[in-house]
Write a protein that binds this ligand. Structure first.
Ligand code: ADP
Ligand code: MG
Length: 456
C-alpha cells in the first residue's frame, strides 16, 4: 500500500494536468498530506484563508482525482497546518490503515457521507439527441436497479458524460434509497487493488477485495476498456459479475467503445455484457453544446453571451471537458481583466493559445505510453528487441502513429525504438497502413488510439 506522500504526489500530478498553472501553483502545490482517516484523505493548508479558498473552489476536483486513483478513499478534508498536531492527537487513539472499506466504522460512515460528486447529477445533465437514450437508461436503472437493464453498458468517446451519468445514478440512489450499497470503481483502480492483493498474498486483503465488490447492490465499473489484456483482473471481475448478476444486483459498465469492439477482452465477458442493454452517447450537436455551456456558466454565476458560447462550441473538440476548460479560461480571464469577455473577438484573443495547443503538445512519448497502456504492455517491452506477437504489433502501431501524427525524422524514431534502422521504421509504418485497409481489427485499434491521442 503506498504512503500518503507518494499518493499525494500522484494526486498532484493528475491535478497539474487539468488545472491552470497559476491556480495549481498557488493553491495545490503548498498543501501537505497529513494522514488517512478511514476513507478520508486529510491535507494541511498553510493558512485559514487558503483552506477556505481551496474548499470553495478546488475541493470537488481534488476529491474526484483522489477517488479515481483509489476508490477506497472517498473524501478529502482540509485542515490548517497550525492545527495539525492537535488534529493528529485527536485521531491518534485509532488511526486505522487506509482502505478499510468494509470495516464497521466505514459502513457507518457510508451512510452519512455521499461518495458521489454532487455536481454530477441528473439535474445538471443536459439532454440532447446525442445522449437521450443513455440518459433514459440511466434514469430507469436508478429507479429500479437490478431490473430489466442488467447489465447496463454505456459507451462513448472521452468527455461525453459517462462518468457524469454514473455519479448521477449514485447521487439519486443516495438520496432515494440510502440503504442501497453502491460501489463505484474505475477499472484501473480495480487492477491496482488486485495487484496489491496478489503481491500482498495474504487472505485479509483478498477478502477485503472480494467483500468490497460482492457485497454491493449496485456495482459501477468505469472505463472497462483498461481491463483489456489484464487477464487476472478479468478473471476476478468475471466471478464478481456472475455472483452479482445471479443475485439480481445491478451492474453498470462504461467503456470508450461498444462490447464488440473491445478487441482484447475475453469473449465470455463480452457475451455477458450483451445480456443487458448497451447504449452509446454520441458527440453533442451544436445546440446541445451551447446549452451545456450556458448551464455550466450559470452555475458559476457567469454571464455567458451567445456569441462567446458559440465561439467555444465551435472551437473546442467534441470533448465536453475541453469545452468546460475553455469556458473556465474565459471566466478566469474576465475576472483578471475585470471585464466580461462577451464578443467573439475578445474570446478569440483570450483563447488563441489554447485552441491550437493540442496538436503542438502531442509528442512521441505520449503516443508510446498511450499505446502501451492500451495493450497492457510496458515501455521497456515496446522498445526492446522482443519479437513475440503481443509486443511486435503494438510496437508497429506506435511507430505508425508517430509517423502519421508527428513530423519526426525516421532516424530519430529508430533511435527511440532501441536503435532500429530507419528501414525497419518504414517497414512498420507501411505494414500497418496496409493492415488498416484489410484488417478491421487493426483499423479499430488505430482509430481508437488516434481518438484517445487527439481528444486528450
Ligand atoms: P466521460 O466519462 O464520458 O469521459 P465525463 O462524464 O467525465 O465524460 O464528462 C466530462 C465533462 O462533461 C464533465 O464535467 C461532465 O459534467 C460534462 N458533461 C458531459 N455530458 C454532459 C451533459 N449532457 N450535460 C452537462 N454536462 C455534461
Ligand atoms: Mg469518465
Amino acid at each position: 500500500m503506498i504512503g500518503k506522500e507518494e499518493f499525494w504526489d500522484d494526486v498532484k500530478n493528475e491535478l497539474s494536468k487539468t488545472m491552470q498553472t497559476i491556480s495549481y501553483d498557488m493553491w495545490i502545490e503548498p498543501l501537505e498530506p497529513v494522514c488517512f482517516v478511514d476513507s478520508t484523505f486529510v491535507l494541511a493548508a498553510k493558512t485559514a484563508i487558503s483552506k477556505k479558498t481551496i474548499e470553495r473552489s478546488y475541493l470537488d476536483q481534488i476529491k474526484e482525482v483522489v477517488n479515481s486513483l483509489d476508490s477506497f478513499v472517498t473524501d478529502v478534508e482540509i485542515i490548517v497546518k497550525e492545527q495539525e498536531g492537535e488534529y493528529l492527537k485527536k485521531q491518534s487513539d485509532s488511526l486505522p490503515d487506509r482502505g478499510l472499506i468494509v470495516d464497521e466504522k466505514h459502513a457507518k460512515k457510508q451512510e452519512k457521507s455521499n461518495p458521489f460528486l454532487e455536481k454530477y447529477s441528473f439535474d445538471t445533465f443536459v439532454q440532447g439527441k446525442s445522449n437521450e437514450y443513455a440518459l433514459a437508461a440511466a434514469k430507469t436503472v436508478a429507479e429500479n436497479p437490478g431490473g430489466n437493464y442488467n447489465p447496463l453498458f454505456i459507451y462513448s468517446g472521452v468527455g461525453l458524460g459517462k462518468t457524469h451519468l454514473l455519479h448521477a445514478i449514485g447521487n439519486y440512489l443516495f438520496k432515494k434509497s440510502p440503504k442501497t450499497k453502491v460501489v463505484y470503481a474505475n477499472s484501473e483502480t480495480m487492477i491496482n487493488e488486485l495487484i496489491s492483493v496478489i503481491r500482498g498474498g495474504n487472505n485479509e486483503e483478498s477478502n477485503r477485495f472480494r467483500e468490497k465488490y460482492r457485497a454491493c447492490d449496485v456495482l459501477m465499473i468505469d472505463d472497462i476498456q483498461f481491463l483489456s489484456g489484464k487477464e487476472a483482473t478479468q478473471e476476478a471481475f468475471f466471478h464478481i459479475f456472475n455472483d452479482l448478476y445471479q443475485s439480481n444486483k445491478q451492474i453498470i459498465i462504461t467503456s470508450d467503445r461498444s462490447p464488440k469492439d473491445l478487441p482484447t477482452l475475453e469473449e465470455r465477458l463480452r457475451t455477458r455484457f450483451s445480456w443487458g442493454l448497451s447504449v452509446d452517447i454520441q458527440p453533442p450537436d451544436m445546440e446541445t453544446r451551447v446549452a451545456i455551456l450556458k448551464m455550466k456558466a450559470a452555475h458559476e454565476k457567469f454571464n455567458l453571451s451567445d456569441d462567446v458560447a458559440e465561439f467555444i462550441a465551435e472551437n473546442a473538440t467534441t470533448n465536453i471537458r475541453d469545452m468546460e476548460g475553455l469556458l473556465n479560461k474565459i471566466i478566469f480571464f474576465s475576472s483578471l481583466a475585470n471585464r466580461v469577455i462577451d464578443t467573439k473577438e475578445l474570446a478569440y484573443d483570450a483563447l488563441r493559445d489554447f485552441i491550437d495547443e493540442k496538436k503542438d503538445t502531442l509528442d512521441a512519448e505520449d503516443i508510446v505510453s498511450t499505446v502501451c497502456r492500451y495493450f497492457g504492455i510496458t515501455t521497456t517491452d515496446i522498445f526492446s528487441k522482443k519479437k513475440t506477437k503481443n509486443i511486435v504489433e503494438p510496437r508497429m502501431i506506435a511507430i505508425y502513429l508517430i509517423t502519421d501524427l508527428l513530423s519526426m525524422p525516421l532516424i530519430s524514431i529508430g533511435q527511440m525504438f532501441g536503435g532500429r534502422d530507419h528501414t525497419t521504421i518504414i517497414h512498420a509504418r507501411d505494414k500497418i497502413s496496409e493492415e488498416i485497409k484489410s484488417n478491421p481489427r487493426i483499423k479499430i485499434i488505430v482509430a481508437d488510439l488516434k481518438n484517445m491521442l487527439l481528444n486528450r
